[in-house]
Design a protein around this ligand. Structure first.
Ligand SMILES: Cc1cc2nc3c(=O)[nH]c(=O)nc-3n(C[C@H](O)[C@H](O)[C@H](O)COP(=O)(O)OP(=O)(O)OC[C@H]3O[C@@H](n4cnc5c(N)ncnc54)[C@H](O)[C@@H]3O)c2cc1C
Length: 390
């Protein structure tokens, strides 16, 4: 097996079949880019609690942000398998600061699918180049899981809408130039009164709130947003009025797979790191790896990871063909992030005290990944989605 294949099949006895040579070339580009432009600075960005815009511009130049965006709008139109490669390399490298997944593989597809020509021309080339940074704002202080209970309103006034409300926990919330905003255009209608807007954060009445302090993802800006009489033209609505819920439900499939893909890669690399660590570390005159507890724990994790990898790859393949349904995406997000949690906790334990030290990748991964069971819909909500189909 080549070194390259080894790197992408960490514990697998079952070969991955998703990728061809063009994907692996791109993977090398992404990996080299992360090693040169991201990893050396990541710790500083954790202190700053922000990834600087220059890093976004460089990622844009290297083609990392345009894989989901059509060539006519400045992207490569390469498709979901290329998104997956960036996600996996971010997961493997522990580069959890850049919120590219949300920007490029979650927000961009909304605009690509539901945007008018003018909206696409306005935002997609700038997003692909990393010149405009995007966020998606669904969650509010009073509601997260119960999305249809949001209270941010957009009220029609002539040719405009006037937006009032607040959002919280918004990834890229400080850097954002563009917010894909979830509002109620008809508060009496529940889910059927939801509409989406593309809001330029330079618009009067928009305000960033605090950059929130978190237990992980420390280099990522996660912020509050306030909208006080923000007046936007009706042409800034994304999709039809009161049709937002349908678009959200459709696009949450990809959002949940994005989380599952990263979680799977994070679990795999944690196992590799822990095998290496326990083969090096000694206790009672033995390598830690030689204790039966260590071997059995790692063997169980390797088995679980192999099962997870096959399942995840199948979901990726289905989604690349446009055939992954909402329940399957929910299962992937639920199962893989629970697996990731088990793997990281056990691997941290096998590192002993060093596992608790921030300078060790396993400590960071443990803290950074905890949110995978919470955002993009909590894992309890994933069970609800699956249960509805039974
Ligand atoms: C780091 C970070 C980044 C985020 N980024 C974004 C972003 O970019 N954009 C955005 O819009 N949001 C974002 N979020 C918000 C995230 O999606 C929400 O936190 C999440 O959906 C849960 O909502 P909540 O926090 O209001 O929890 P709640 O909905 O209050 O849930 C609290 C608990 O109740 C449980 N619960 C709720 N309803 C049910 C039910 N029906 N059955 C069983 N249990 C239930 C939940 O599972 C959870 O355990 C982010 C959050 C974090 C922490």
């Amino acid at each position: 097996m080549s070194g390259q294949a080894m790197r992408n099949e960490p514990v697998s006895g079952i070969p991955r079949t998703l990728f061809g040579p063009e994907h692996e070339l791109f993977r090398d580009t992404v990996r080299r880019f992360l090693e040169a432009e991201i990893l050396p600075y990541h710790e500083d960005w954790e202190e700053a609690r922000l990834v600087p815009r220059e890093a976004w511009l460089k990622a844009g130049e290297t083609g990392l942000l345009g894989t989901s965006i059509g060539e006519e709008y400045g992207g490569s139109g390469a498709g979901f398998l290329f998104d997956v490669i960036v996600l996996e390399e971010l997961g493997r490298s522990g580069a959890t600061g850049p919120g590219w997944d949300l920007h490029a593989y979650i927000v961009a597809p909304y605009i690509e699918k539901y945007g008018t020509e003018a909206q696409k021309r306005r935002w997609l080339p700038a997003m692909s180049a990393g010149k405009a940074i995007a966020a998606i704002a669904m969650t509010e202080p009073g509601t997260g899981s119960d999305l249809k209970a949001i209270r941010t309103t957009a009220i029609r006034d002539g040719d405009d809408y006037v937006i009032n409300g607040s959002k919280t926990f918004i990834t890229n919330g400080i850097n954002a130039d563009l917010v894909l905003l979830v509002t109620k255009t008809d508060a009496s209608l529940g889910a059927r009164g939801i509409s989406l807007f593309l809001v330029d954060t330079k618009t009067a009445g928009f305000r960033h709130g605090r950059n929130l302090k978190k237990i992980g993802l420390k280099a990522q800006d996660t912020a509050e947003m306030f909208f006080d009489d923000v007046r936007v033209p009706a042409t800034d609505m994304l999709g039809e009025a009161n049709d937002g819920w349908r678009h959200l439900m459709d696009e949450l499939v990809q959002e949940r797979l994005v989380v599952a893909v990263r979680a799977m890669a994070t679990a795999e690399v944690a196992l590799e790191q822990t095998v290496a660590y326990t083969k090096d570390r000694e206790a009672f005159g033995h390598k830690v790896f030689e204790f039966q507890n260590t071997r059995f724990t790692l063997a169980q994790l390797a088995t679980d990871i192999q099962v997870g990898r096959v399942f995840t790859d199948r979901c990726i393949a289905l989604h690349a063909e446009g055939r992954c349904d909402a329940a399957t995406a929910a299962m992937a997000k639920l199962w893989v992030t629970e697996l990731e949690g088990r793997v990281l906790d056990a691997c941290l334990q096998l590192h002993g005290g060093y596992g608790f030290m921030w300078e060790f990748p396993i400590a960071r991964a443990w803290a950074d990944s905890r949110v995978h069971r919470i955002y993009a819909g909590t894992n309890e909500i994933m069970k609800e989605i699956v249960a509805r189909t039974l």
